[in-house]
Design a protein around this ligand. Structure first.
Ligand code: PLP
Length: 395
């Protein structure tokens, strides 16, 4: 007989900012017997999935894919583009910008940080000034986490591109779109992004385990000269393979799922998908703004124009533990929230609102959080869910 406590009944509400809910039709699409990835039957599945990812990235350029989580695609972006000792700038946004920078430093790159308050985000005027001051063009690349999953902050990429152009600097633009792709507008070609890093388990609504990089012609030219050590992630080796991607066995079942997930995205259309994410995010923010009364939890991101539409980070009042709240919400209501990462551990909790999600699902999550605030004795303003409903009913 099991001695562990009974799991709460009903559907588990997964409100982490990734991995995310996997739609039933994606699960069904993956439920297939194994076939050889070199089999002719697989070729159209692969092609349709690849074209679908390019559609979501809004690119016509190169795509290299990996059997790896997002960290693998990060490593691919660095080792394929640079040589030891080269200088790159990382826009500070939170835990994930720090980690990408740390990985670059571990590979022997000289990493400079454009420092920023995590609640406000980088000052792009400072980026322009930094690039203008680099008259010898020693800076090889700017790395930006488009949507900082750890803080709920979105960095406007069109403005990053404008700052680089205004400085007339030729650095490559590398962007992590892991928690923005398939949720927030992302235009690789229009914004002249040279290398974009994406993963399967967030807006693409798939299991974790596959990641990819979109790569521009300019980045391919840089790749030909880059000497950092690589093998499993080497784009030159990948180009020689029949699929022009992957080293090793292809994850066939993942591709059946991917083909279905991009079909769902195309069916919804990108504008409608972005509008839905904005609507659900705004409802969440309205709820938190009500909870903030009586010295309650508040929005971590203090710059409304940069508030993420895929994740909201909520700062707990001093002396109150977000982990206790997360525990109550999980145990009593079967709702899983994200916790604080790195320096924000024990200070914030995060509500993921991306992927396969609708109004009743976000209201269920917000209701569970509001009940959790009461049960945990955390001061807050009442009526957050009401404010979210008012907004959603009128939207
Ligand atoms: N970058 C961002 C913005 C992320 O949110 C994550 C993971 O959540 C990563 C990178 C790392 O990806 P993974 O955990 O898939 O290795």
């Amino acid at each position: 007989m099991s001695t562990s406590p009974a799991r709460p009944r009903g559907r588990h509400f997964f409100a982490n900012p990734g991995p995310t809910n996997i739609p039933d039709s994606v699960l069904r699409a993956m439920d297939r017997p194994t076939i050889d990835f070199n089999d002719g039957d697989f070729a159209p599945v692969y092609q349709q999935a690849v074209e679908g990812v390019k559609f979501v990235l809004q690119t016509k350029q190169h795509l290299f894919m990996y059997n790896a989580s997002g960290h693998g695609a990060w490593e691919a972006s660095l080792t394929n583009l640079f040589s030891p000792g080269e200088r790159i700038v990382v826009l500070e946004s939170g835990y994930f910008s720090e980690e990408w920078g740390a990985m670059a430093a571990a590979h022997g790159l000289v990493v400079e940080k454009l420092a920023a308050d995590w609640r406000v985000g980088a000052d792009l005027g400072k980026l322009q000034a930094m690039l203008q001051a680099d008259s010898g063009h020693a800076i090889r690349a700017i790395c930006v986490v488009h949507n900082e999953t750890a803080t709920g902050m979105m960095i406007p990429l069109d403005q990053v591109r404008a700052a680089m152009d205004a400085a007339g600097h030729p650095a490559l633009l590398l962007v992590d779109t892991i928690s923005s792709l398939g949720s927030l507008d992302f235009r690789m070609d229009e914004w002249q992004i040279d290398c974009v890093v994406g993963g399967s388990q967030k807006g693409l609504m798939l299991p974790t385990g596959m990641s990819f990089t979109g790569v521009s012609e300019k980045a391919m030219a840089a790749h030909r000269k880059a000497t950092l050590k690589r093998f499993y992630f080497d784009w030159t080796l990948m180009e020689k393979r029949p699929q022009k991607s992957f080293i090793g066995t292809l994850p066939v079942n993942m591709f059946y799922g991917l083909r279905e997930s991009v079909r769902l995205i195309e069916e919804e259309t990108l504008p409608a998908l972005f509008a839905r994410h904005h609507r659900l995010a705004e409802a969440t923010r309205r709820a938190v703004q009500v909870w903030a009364a009586n010295h309650g939890p508040q929005l971590y991101c203090t710059t409304p124009a940069r508030a993420s539409n895929s994740v909201t980070a909520v700062l707990m009042p001093e002396g109150h533990d977000p982990e206790a709240l997360r525990r109550i919400v999980r145990q009593r209501f079967n709702v899983s929230l994200g916790g604080g990462l790195g320096a924000l551990g024990g200070k914030i909790f995060r509500i993921g609102h991306l992927g396969d999600l609708n109004e009743p699902m976000i209201l269920g999550t917000l209701g569970a959080v509001e009940m959790g605030l009461r049960l945990a004795g955390i001061p807050h303003g009442r009526g957050g869910v009401e404010a979210a409903m008012d907004y959603l009913a009128a939207a």
